[in-house]
Design a protein around this ligand. Sequence first.
Ligand code: HEC
Ligand code: HEC
Ligand code: HEC
Ligand code: HEC
Ligand code: HEC
Ligand code: HEC
Ligand code: HEC
Length: 347
Amino acid sequence: MNRNYNLNSLWLSLLIMVLIVPLSAGAMEMDDCLGCHSDAEEVGEELFIDEDKFTHTVHAEMGCVTCHESVTDEHPDDGEAVTNTACLDCHEELGSEYMATTHAENATCSDCHNPHQVHGLKAVSRQDMNQQCSQCHEGSDVLESHTGWLPQADLHLAKLPCITCHTSAENYEIVLNITHKEKTTVAGSYPLSKYADLKEYSGEKEIQSLIDINGDDHISLAELRTFNRNPAYANLHLSGTMVPGEVSHDLSTLDNRYDCTFCHASGPGSMQTSFLAFPTEDGAYRRMTVDEGAMLDTLYGTPNFYMTGSTRSASMNIIGLIIICGGFIMPIGHGTLRFLTRKNRKH
Ligand code: HEC
Ligand code: HEC
Ligand code: HEC
Ligand code: HEC
Ligand code: HEC
Ligand code: HEC
Ligand code: HEC
């Protein structure tokens, strides 16, 4: 409902702009603009627009002039400053939500989003999302403040998008990324595979075919297993993360994120829906659905992703807890996690 309303109002504003803009602007088209602005030597790094990245975004459908209304046919010789349409003119509802948050005083929309490279939540990796935050929240500071209460804070910060803990959503999903073991720089954290990396493996074929063998745009447990066991892919690992189902722009500290069981024992429910995100040529991602419950098949489904406490099977939880405790024999279940938190909070 909400979303529909949001979309309708967006398209309405868009329609209005498309109708008005041609009257006020010259005849320069997107291709003309890109003729200069996609050439860094012509306009310089500051004014460079990456054509590949821009043309794949929904913003490209509107053309340049919709957002830069004042540009004339004599540009740039006229020496006139070019106007930028405010994000809020089109993203009204989201804007008013954001403006009510404490962050609004600290960051503008374009601090986090490059208007020429926008993507939705589902097309962005956790690393790219966290890049947005790390412009202002320096990694070492964040690590320090989170280490105070979160065991293996470095692992958590590497594996989770900040927004999983700092925005609220109705549901959370598991997203798997393909990572490259041979390109590791930080121990225990493999960098995400890029499109070109995976193309080396798939050759002529689409990179999706590395896992989606039958090409049905869906990944079955059997396909996942085949991929994980294929010695040719020994350097490719699946790395899981937990992502909110939708974005809220209220970035705040949520009390229940101190609670380890929010993730580690939220039960099979949140683990049912999962996706595999393939990188695309333009630097975004495309998600493919994975068999329901695949994440619960810890031994054969995804050997590199396991959130203790989330499986249906008590014996799997026991194995997981043993892994978590690094081999120490500890009491099992919520108690252990509670105990771990308490210990860490004392510091
Ligand atoms: C002939 C090459 C050329 C074309 C075509 C061109 N631009 Fe530019 N554009 C420039 C140059 C050079 C500048 C820097 C001008 C300056 O600093 O005075 C610039 C500056 C800009 C700026 C930044 C202005 C500011 O005040 O910071 C925007 C926005 C812009 N152009 C948008 C566009 C759009 C939209 C189009 C197409 C409708 C377009 N340009 C077409 C060369 C071009
Ligand atoms: C959805 C709206 C939107 C569209 C579409 C759009 N721009 Fe922009 N553009 C902006 C905004 C907003 C800014 C100011 C960004 C900032 O303040 O950092 C901007 C800034 C610029 C700049 C200044 C350099 C920079 O990156 O900040 C140039 C040059 C530019 N745009 C050119 C273009 C060209 C050429 C196109 C089409 C190929 C285009 N824009 C399409 C919104 C848009
Ligand atoms: C002229 C109207 C217009 C302006 C101005 C505009 N947008 Fe958009 N934007 C849209 C439309 C239409 C969509 C597609 C519908 C949607 O996803 O909400 C969109 C989508 C997006 C998306 C999601 C992209 C995706 O693939 O789902 C982001 C992020 C975004 N805009 C950010 C911005 C930011 C930041 C600004 C200001 C710098 C801005 N927009 C300015 C019209 C606009
Ligand atoms: C502090 C960082 C930050 C600021 C500021 C911010 N956003 Fe976002 N926004 C995000 C993150 C993180 C996402 C998740 C996807 C992504 O990273 O692009 C997102 C996603 C979006 C989406 C896509 C929603 C979807 O359902 O896929 C839109 C549209 C959007 N933002 C618009 C805006 C607008 C408009 C503003 C300014 C009012 C704004 N954002 C300010 C961080 C920010
Ligand atoms: C343009 C700068 C900027 C960006 C980008 C940014 N922040 Fe912030 N953020 C701030 C400032 C400034 C504060 C207030 C001072 C502080 O606590 O450091 C703040 C405060 C916070 C707080 C504490 C607020 C509270 O209510 O408890 C959280 C949590 C936070 N940011 C998370 C994020 C996340 C997550 C992202 C990325 C999606 C992000 N920030 C991106 C500047 C930024
Ligand atoms: C596992 C959940 C979790 C993750 C992941 C997480 N945070 Fe936090 N964060 C918290 C909690 C809980 C607090 C409150 C901590 C406190 O009171 O000391 C917090 C506090 C903060 C604060 C305010 C305190 C301070 O350090 O100034 C900022 C800013 C912040 N986080 C930013 C981030 C950023 C940026 C990321 C991603 C790199 C991130 N967080 C990832 C749970 C998380
Ligand atoms: C927002 C979700 C979230 C929260 C909250 C959270 N974790 Fe985690 N935790 C994860 C994820 C994701 C991993 C990494 C799983 C993987 O990829 O192996 C992880 C890994 C761990 C590991 C390492 C396990 C291993 O296999 O190496 C420990 C220990 C751990 N968490 C304990 C805790 C404790 C204690 C708390 C509460 C203070 C907590 N976690 C809060 C999501 C979370």
